[in-house]
Each structure stands twice: as structure tokens, then as C-alpha cells.
Write a protein that binds this ligand. Structure first.
Ligand SMILES: C[S@@+](CC[C@H](N)C(=O)[O-])C[C@H]1O[C@@H](n2cnc3c(N)ncnc32)[C@H](O)[C@@H]1O
Ligand code: SF4
Length: 409
């Protein structure tokens, strides 16, 4: 089995039960819920997903209810926020609505939306299900770029989806992919400008990540071109009142944001979901069948556990807070007592290198230079930590399936 370098993983739940996980969080957590089904698989996509079949989804959601119930019974929640990701969560809105209604959520309710599902009726359905922030997976408005990516849909469909979502949510985020190898950087800048003109709240720009296990393969990045394009995109968007809200995010100045991983702590529910609980990082089974089988057997569906210890926990925390624009050293020290030295070193080094600067309230905010360097760091983290872990976990989809879980409740 391939291992993530520098992190000691234990197979399974390392003896943790739901009460131990719920008690481990140093502060209130957000909830992340994963829906691992897609009708059509995009060749570039590294996320945990399998082909959608209604009966598969019904069994899966019964397991999700069990997992959520186990944590709630053990004292987890209320959650600061909800983020529903995938896969394609909008394939299963009826099932989703039921489980979301059972989760105690204090703040925002965000969901990833496939443009084909963002029709006026689909948008009304999302509002009715209680979602107030959406992220639209546009990738590009250019048909040639979409074709190059092997992405279904069209620029016209993406425009119609954007129009249907405009003004209907507290936050409308649009995902765009760049450095795809499609040889026309002007397309990405035109995509950014189109989002600005439409007045979306946030534009999430992702350089295409090449995971070796995807059919899209392991092509090379063009780091210089990525930096140049990001800078030009940020300059262009600034003219429309957008600032850089994270390493890859551009946000309209008065808008609320859309984010997933940058919650301080999160409890992950579903196949392939991860939890960051302070001293533990937990990863659920990727295979929906293995996930459901574990819950049917009365176990948590945790496939891998990393005991982080204070320093590694603080390092993980600081990394993702910095990715989102900055961190409060005092807050980090309070959350990770015993890691004060590391927090002090991180904020000192950030300022020494010109990556961070102190702002009001003692926050260390990333500078333009820091955001640029973090772009490279993020890519490094993706290939060094995330890809090996996900490649290892994706093997579950190839392994013989466990016996079917008992039928839906
Ligand atoms: C789970 S998908 C979004 C929901 C929905 N399934 C869709 O495709 O619209 C989340 C986002 O990840 C981004 N993404 C997918 N594969 C990527 C890759 N290889 N590199 C960078 N970003 C990627 C896309 O921008 C996509 O919108
Ligand atoms: S990009 Fe979205 S629709 Fe495409 S395979 Fe990934 S999760 Fe599914």
C-alpha cells in the first residue's frame, strides 16, 4: 500500500468510537457531506465518485443517516456550517434534503452544483432544500476548452446556469479551471471577465491538477504561465471590485465567501469524506459499498486514521488558514496548546520571507508574494500528500466488493 510521506497512517479507526471523535474537536466544527455519484465521469477529475444508479444512492443515503446518527447520538454538533460536495450532490436532492433536515446547522449551507442541474426549477429546489450558498462547476464558457477537458455540457448551458443562480443565493461561486494544456490563455481571462460582468460573488480558479490515476493522466504543469495568468486574472478582476480572497479565490469585496476545506475543523460524513478533529485526521472508505457495509456492521466507516499530535495538527491548521488568506497566531495557540513555538515560528518566518504581514487584530495575512508562493506550495502538497492518499483509497473501487449491506430502512 502506498503511504502519504511524513504522516503515519493506521488502517481503520484506531480504536476510536463516535464519542471519542466528537470529544476530540478543540472548537465547534463544520459538517462536510460527500455524495459520490456522477452520471458522467469527467476524465480530468480526481475526486471520489462512482457511476450513479438510483438503488445504489438509496442504500448509500441509508448508510449516511446511520453515520450521522452515530455522531449526533455521541454528542457531535451543532455544526457551524454545512458543505455538501461530490461527486454530484444535485443528483440526489430528495434524499439529501431529508438528511440535511436532521443535521443541526447554525450557519451557512453550501452545495456544489453541476450546471446542467441549475435550471430555474433546479434552483428553486435547492432553495427549498435550505441551501443558501452554491458553487457552480462551470470550468469554462468556451466550448473548445470544455471539449479539451472532456467535460459534458456547453458554454451556453453554463451561461444559462449562471443566470438561473444569479441573485438567488447569499453567495454564488463559480469554478474555473486554467492551465489545462488548451493553448489559449485568453480563454481563461475571458472566462474570469464574464464572471465579473455577471457580478458573481466569488470566482474559484483552479490550475488543472493531473492525478496519475485519472484517464487525463499525468501531464506537466506550466508554473510560470500559471503565476502569470493568476496575476492577470487578479488585476482584471480588481477592475470590477474583486480582491484575492484565497490563493485561488477572487471575491467581490462586499460578498460573503464560499469555502470548503478552510473551516477550522470539520466532521466528514459519507464515502471518501475526511474529518479534521484537531489531534486526528480521519478518512472514510471511498467505496460506497464498503462504507455502507461498515455502518451495517455497527462500525464507523473510517478507513484510515492519522494521529497528528499537537505540532502536526497545528501545522495542518496553519496551512489551510493561510491558504484562505491568513491566520490569528493567538487563536492557533489557544487551539493547539503546546504548539506555541511552531505558531510563533510560522508567523515569524512568514513575515521574514515577506509572505505575511500583521494586520489589525494581530492577524497574519498573506501578502501578494505569499499568495504566489502558496500557489506552488499548494501544488506540492497536492502531489505529495493528497494524490498518494487518494490513489491508495481509490484502490477500494477495484477490490472485490463486500457482501451487500442490509436493505434500505
Ligand atoms: C466535485 S466538482 C463540482 C461539482 C460537480 N460535480 C461539477 O462537476 O460541476 C468540484 C470542482 O473541482 C474542480 N476540479 C475537478 N477536477 C479538477 C482537477 N483535476 N484540477 C483542479 N480542479 C478540479 C472543478 O472546478 C469542479 O467544479
Ligand atoms: S468534475 Fe464533477 S461531474 Fe465531473 S466527474 Fe468530477 S465530480 Fe463528477
Amino acid at each position: 500500500m502506498r503511504r502519504t510521506p511524513g504522516v503515519r497512517w493506521v488502517d481503520g479507526d484506531a480504536g476510536l468510537d463516535a464519542a471519542a471523535v466528537a470529544a476530540a474537536f478543540p472548537a465547534p466544527a463544520g459538517a462536510y457531506l460527500h455524495v459520490p455519484f456522477c452520471e458522467r465521469i469527467c476524465p480530468f477529475c480526481p475526486y471520489n465518485k462512482v457511476p450513479y444508479r438510483p438503488e445504489r444512492a438509496a442504500t448509500y443515503f441509508a448508510a449516511l443517516r446511520r453515520e450521522a446518527g452515530a455522531y449526533l447520538d455521541a454528542g457531535a454538533g451543532p455544526f457551524t456550517s454545512l458543505y455538501v460536495g461530490g461527486g454530484t450532490p444535485t443528483l440526489c436532492l430528495d434524499l439529501l434534503e431529508e438528511i440535511v433536515a436532521a443535521l443541526p446547522i447554525l450557519g451557512e449551507r453550501a452545495i456544489e452544483v453541476l450546471p446542467a442541474h441549475a435550471t430555474p426549477a433546479g434552483v428553486a429546489r435547492l432553495r427549498q432544500a435550505g441551501f443558501d450558498r452554491v458553487s457552480l462547476g462551470v470550468q469554462s464558457f468556451d466550448d473548445r476548452a470544455l471539449h479539451h477537458l472532456g467535460r459534458a455540457g456547453s458554454g451556453a448551458e453554463n451561461r444559462a446556469a449562471l443566470e438561473a443562480c444569479r441573485g438567488k443565493f447569499d453567495c454564488l461561486d463559480v469554478d474555473l479551471i486554467f492551465d489545462t494544456g488548451f493553448d489559449d490563455p485568453g480563454v481563461f481571462l475571458a472566462d474570469v471577465e464574464e464572471c465579473c460582468r455577471a457580478g458573481v460573488d466569488q470566482i474559484s480558479t483552479y490550475p488543472l491538477m493531473r492525478f496519475g490515476y485519472t484517464p487525463f493522466g499525468k501531464a506537466r504543469h506550466a508554473p510560470r504561465q500559471e503565476h502569470d495568468l493568476l496575476r492577470r486574472a487578479a488585476d482584471l478582476a480588481a477592475g470590477y471590485g474583486y480582491g484575492r480572497s484565497s490563493v485561488w479565490g477572487l471575491r467581490r469585496r462586499d460578498s460573503p465567501g464560499f469555502s470548503s476545506i478552510t473551516r477550522e475543523f470539520y466532521l466528514g460524513l459519507g464515502a471518501g469524506a475526511a474529518s479534521f478533529a484537531g489531534p486526528y485526521y480521519l478518512v472514510n472508505h471511498f467505496s460506497p459499498e464498503r462504507y455502507a457495509a461498515a455502518l451495517a456492521a455497527g462500525r464507523l466507516p473510517i478507513a484510515r486514521t492519522a494521529r497528528l499530535g499537537r505540532r502536526a495538527g497545528a501545522a495542518y491548521y496553519l496551512f489551510w488558514q493561510a491558504y484562505a488568506g491568513g491566520f490569528h497566531p493567538a487563536r492557533a495557540r489557544a487551539l493547539f496548546p503546546g504548539a506555541g513555538g511552531l505558531v510563533g515560528a510560522a508567523s515569524g518566518l512568514a513575515r521574514l520571507l515577506g509572505w505575511g504581514e500583521r494586520t489589525a487584530g494581530g492577524r497574519v495575512a498573506l501578502t501578494g508574494r505569499g499568495l504566489d508562493r502558496f500557489h506552488d506550495l499548494e501544488r506540492w502538497v497536492t502531489y505529495r500528500f493528497i494524490e498518494p492518499l487518494w490513489a491508495d483509497m481509490m484502490a477500494e473501487h477495484e477490490a472485490p466488493r463486500p457482501p451487500p449491506a442490509p436493505s434500505v430502512e
